[in-house]
Design a protein around this ligand. Structure first.
Ligand code: PA5
Length: 423
């Protein structure tokens, strides 16, 4: 993974933040900073439970052998990472026989009913994921799914098709799973939802999608080593964090995460939660939003080029696509496209990215942070997610914010529970 800040228009040198970064790096690693109960993710690539990891592989193999569909039931940090991984690594129309469907992430009755109708009568398994075990969207969907599983496979056999990922010992879901005899996987106490994709939360669905989770953890482990230093000359996760901070000080209010691959769209959704929930508090933080180009150049592109200059872009460039196509020649050339004959479509995509970079930076005056990843493999996913964890933890610490709580999301729940008549 590479970071290029040459087109970020930074008015200060990143290196000027070295002493602050050193102090905050130590606070993060020594567990003396804000939110220090939730820094289990820092060492996780080394400390993860190897016995559980093997159990995840066994469960995934069984699910893949017995079912055609996995329904993942969860929301927020218990949903976004797995979906982001599966779409990035497998692509949107994968050859893999296992279909992974997400539920428990909405109150939309139409969506819920359509998924229930779609899976009924098919061979499906369920992975319900909730750390608290009380999240309303997930609980509503899971009750419906549990009843469907029992109807379809019989109450006695339901435990062969339902897997629960939840707290190690506490909570409603843990109690229910134990009573029903479901196999359970653990969300560690000291890892918050949005930092949990390389725990069982992400790994079981990812493995069910036929992805090599050893590679995911290998990527995370290499990133752990690469970003384990406080030295700003070497640590690009911290360079990115400081660059974001400098741009915020220069008056930017929003960061647009851009990629040129549709299969990265859910990565941006995952990133929005990670960054938005971690730094958007106490009246501080950058608004995280996103675009997938060139698709969105035909919509948001106008605003980026000519609109209010409140934002900067962080562009993820993928060096090697998962698949490529050579553009064919056509004898009649009625569409006048023969000038591209023999070129690869990925090359066209790269030229679009280069042209857009110049347009947005040179003409549009929009700062661009450039990230490059080699490919969209399982290894890169593990590596890149750890990069973003380290970057957002440092950004929030630079803002003197606790990155690991989300007090703001309780407000809507309180109002909703009152309206729903929950005691
Ligand atoms: O990042 C977080 O902590 C949240 O987004 C949670 O993951 C989300 O609210 C779901 O919570 P739970 O896993 O308890 O159902």
């Amino acid at each position: 993974m590479k970071l290029n800040l040459e087109k970020a228009f930074l008015q200060e040198s990143v290196l000027e933040y070295q002493s602050e970064v050193t102090r905050l790096h130590e606070a993060l690693h020594n567990k003396t900073g804000k939110g220090n109960d939730f820094v289990g993710w820092v060492e996780w690539p080394n400390t993860y439970d190897k016995e559980e990891f093997e159990r995840i592989k066994v469960a995934a193999k069984k699910i893949r052998e017995n079912c055609d569909i996995l329904v993942v039931c969860g929301i927020g940090g218990s949903y976004l990472g797995a979906r982001a991984a599966i779409e990035m690594i497998n692509g949107l129309y994968s050859d893999d026989k296992m279909e992974v469907i997400f539920l428990g992430n909405t109150f939309s009755s139409t969506y819920i009913k359509q998924v229930m109708n779609y899976i009924e009568g098919k061979k499906f398994a369920v992975n319900v994921i909730s750390k608290s075990g009380t999240t309303t969207e997930t609980s509503i969907a899971f009750r419906l799914l549990k009843q469907l599983v029992e109807k379809q496979y019989g109450k006695e056999n339901a435990k062969e098709y339902i897997y629960a990922t939840t707290d190690k010992a506490r909570g409603t879901l843990k109690a229910l799973a134990d009573q029903e005899g479901y196999e359970t996987f653990v969300i560690p106490d000291d890892i918050g939802g949005r930092f949990s994709v390389t725990t069982a939360v992400g790994l079981l669905p990812i493995a069910c999608a036929g992805i090599d989770i050893d590679e995911v953890m290998k990527g995370a482990k290499d990133a752990y080593h690469d970003f384990n230093t406080d030295d700003l000359n070497q640590n690009i996760a911290y360079q990115y964090a400081v660059a974001r901070r400098i741009l915020e000080k220069q008056g930017k209010v929003a960061e647009m995460l851009v990629s040129y691959e549709l299969q990265m769209t859910m990565i941006a959704e995952w990133w929005k939660q990670l960054f938005g929930e971690s730094e958007g508090k106490e009246g501080k933080g950058l608004i995280p939003y996103s675009g997938t180009f060139s698709t969105d150049l035909h919509s948001l592109g106008q605003f980026v080029q000519d609109g209010n200059k409140v934002m900067f872009e962080t562009v993820i460039n993928v060096e090697r696509p998962t698949l490529d196509i050579e553009f064919p020649s056509d004898e009649e050339n009625m569409d006048h496209m023969n000038y591209l004959a023999g070129k690869s479509v990925h090359w066209v995509n790269q030229m679009a990215a280069l042209g857009t970079l110049d347009a947005h930076v040179d003409t549009g005056n929009v700062p661009n942070i450039l990230l490059t990843i080699e490919n969209m493999s399982a290894y890169t996913f593990g590596y890149m997610t750890y990069f973003f964890f380290k970057a957002i933890a440092m950004t929030a610490y630079l803002l003197d914010i606790n990155p690991f709580n989300q007090p703001g999301v309780e407000v809507y729940k309180k109002n909703m529970f009152k309206l729903l008549g929950k005691n």
